[in-house]
Design a protein around this ligand. Structure first.
Ligand code: ZN
Ligand code: ZN
Length: 354
């Protein structure tokens, strides 16, 4: 990080986005500002986190300052005291509110020059090392086995929220810190909402049910989607399912270092277009996964990012047909030097639950 700051002629970088603070320092508290300069690094947080910060943050690398008021005010006082040493400061423009920026600028004074410096930590985070991949594999295993264990509970009459609770309970029992996002259980017509939260709707016979779930383990998320049919699937549903599965397989096969994110997206999209379902695939093929459920790189149309070994991404094409239902299949993969490694081995063929 310091090399990158120097290359861009910055004296310091102010980090407010908490996943970035965690990535750089190990601190997991919910209130923090991190100031990294060429000489030192200071983490500002409040008294609730005094003991925790001492345990989580290496005192050798980062000084912890416990402050009473807002952490940003404490940061600004550093700028005004170190006027000569810290003049050009990078900050996360996409993460700072207009009000915060104004407060920082006025307390730091005119001599401080502010430069939007977004995406640098996120770019580092997009390439996982082996210890991160090992955690992500465990988080993926928790999601897969929790989903498989809940399948026998799927029957007409059970509520979507019941299934969501059963999934989340199992993930917790397997060591997850919690669900990575509100578990999606969407049945019948609701399965055509790509981001439906579980509702009090009962599952009925002859419905599609979309499960989208993930576990957080030691900061890292997994993200798994499977779609099942309650009853015997009619031919048209089988045809839709086959098209989505084929699209998903095509994108998984395309995933390797050197390919662009847009090419991976196109691999899935072309299959659905050929099946006449292109217009029903209304989102991108996948997203980066790690400390956040959605991070770099995004696998979508027009995304020029070239993928490299260590990128952890989801592959999740889906189709959504209003009034009828939706089908999505999502796996987590890590790009390897020669291709990609699958983290989520849960059954992928259409399950008809009778
Ligand atoms: Zn998902
Ligand atoms: Zn996803």
């Amino acid at each position: 990080l310091r090399q990158a700051l120097e290359a861009d002629h910055l004296d310091a970088f102010l980090v407010l986005h908490l996943p970035n603070v965690f990535y750089l320092t190990g601190f997991t508290g919910s209130n923090a500002a991190l100031l990294v300069s060429s000489r030192d690094a200071t983490l500002f947080t409040d008294r609730r986190y005094a003991i925790q910060a001492k345990q989580e943050v290496s005192a050798r690398l980062v000084r912890v300052r416990i402050v009473r008021g807002p952490v940003l005010e404490a940061c600004s006082s550093v700028f005004s005291k170190a006027v000569r040493r810290i003049q050009r400061v990078g900050f996360e423009a996409a993460r700072v509110s207009v009000r915060q920026k104004e407060a920082l600028a006025s307390s730091a004074g005119k001599q401080t020059r502010w430069t939007a410096w977004d995406g640098h930590i996120e770019a580092d985070r997009a390439v996982k090392d082996s210890s991160e991949i090992a955690i992500m594999q465990d988080a993926a295993d928790i999601a897969c086995s929790s989903w498989e264990e809940v399948l026998p509970l799927v029957e007409p009459g059970v509520l979507e929220t019941d299934l969501a609770a059963e999934v989340e309970y199992r993930m917790r029992r397997k060591g997850a810190a919690g669900p990575a996002f509100d578990t999606i259980i969407a049945s019948g017509e609701r399965s055509a909402w790509p981001h439906a939260r579980a509702s009090c709707k009962p599952i009925r016979k002859n419905e599609l049910v979309v499960f989208d779930l993930g576990a957080i383990l030691r900061g890292y998320s997994s993200d798994l989607t499977r779609t099942v049919y309650v009853g015997r699937a009619p031919a048209v549903v089988k045809q839709w399912y086959r098209a989505v599965l084929e699209a998903q397989q095509a994108a998984r096969d395309a995933l390797r270092p050197g390919i662009s994110a847009a090419q991976v997206d196109a691999a899935a999209r072309q299959v659905l277009q050929r099946a006449g379902l292109g217009s029903k695939f209304t989102h991108s093929t996948g997203h980066g996964l790690g400390l956040e459920v959605h991070e770099m790189p995004r696998l979508g149309k027009g995304e020029k990012t070239i993928l490299m070994a260590g990128n952890a991404v989801t592959i999740e094409p889906g189709i959504y047909i209003e009034g009828q239902g939706g089908i999505r299949i999502e796996d987590d993969l890590v790009v390897t030097p020669t291709g990609a490694q699958l983290l989520t081995p849960a059954k992928r063929e259409l399950l008809e639950i009778e």
